[in-house]
Design a protein around this ligand. Structure first.
Ligand SMILES: [Zn+2]
Length: 180
């Protein structure tokens, strides 16, 4: 396994539509392993192929605190969604920033796993947000296009919660810097 270079906002590959994966080859399995390693190393909760310079429809997600519950989705698609939630988002491709984005509260997504099985996931809350964020990457979209209000520097958010004299619950347990 190896760490991959995370592409940043402004790089053209992040604006392109990623291509379907037709066959799960050893190379795809290596890519998935590298993406997980890269995501954990960067302390993110999700990573999509284009973010490591690979224009293929693959995402990895792990929202667990223990960092031991990875989901690897190949050719994922959202098949239904309902409700709405508004909350903080960040992205490993837009380092040091956060913004408020409205997403569905629940989504159902289909995908292929590394063994080639057709899978379905019902995601709610934060996981639903992560799935939507990552799937947007596969279509060349960044969360910053959907931010309500403005984009914040994470240092600003930390200062805000210090001034409030309490931790900002909306900003999460960390500093609002949930990175995907
Ligand atoms: Zn992202």
């Amino acid at each position: 396994m190896a760490l991959r270079n995370i592409r940043k906002q402004g790089e053209e590959i992040l604006t392109k539509r990623a291509k379907e994966i037709k066959e799960i080859t050893p190379r795809i399995r290596d890519l998935a392993a590298d993406m997980l390693e890269t995501m954990y190393d960067a302390e993110g909760v999700g990573l999509a192929g284009p973010q490591v310079g690979i224009l293929k429809r693959i995402v990895v997600i792990d929202i667990s605190e223990e960092r031991d519950d990875p989901i690897i989705m190949i050719n994922p698609a959202i098949t239904s969604s309902d409700g709405t939630q508004t909350g903080w988002e960040g992205c490993l491709s837009v380092p040091g920033k956060s913004g408020q984005v409205t997403r569905p509260e629940r989504v159902t997504a289909t995908f292929t796993d590394l063994a080639g099985n057709e899978c379905e996931i019902e995601a709610e809350g934060f996981l639903a947000r992560a799935v939507c964020h990552e799937l947007d990457h596969l279509d060349g979209h960044l969360y910053v296009e959907k931010v309500e209000g403005r984009l914040y520097d994470n240092s600003e958010l930390q200062t805000q919660s210090e001034e409030d004299g309490e931790s900002d619950e909306e900003a999460g347990e960390d500093d609002g810097a949930v990175k995907r």
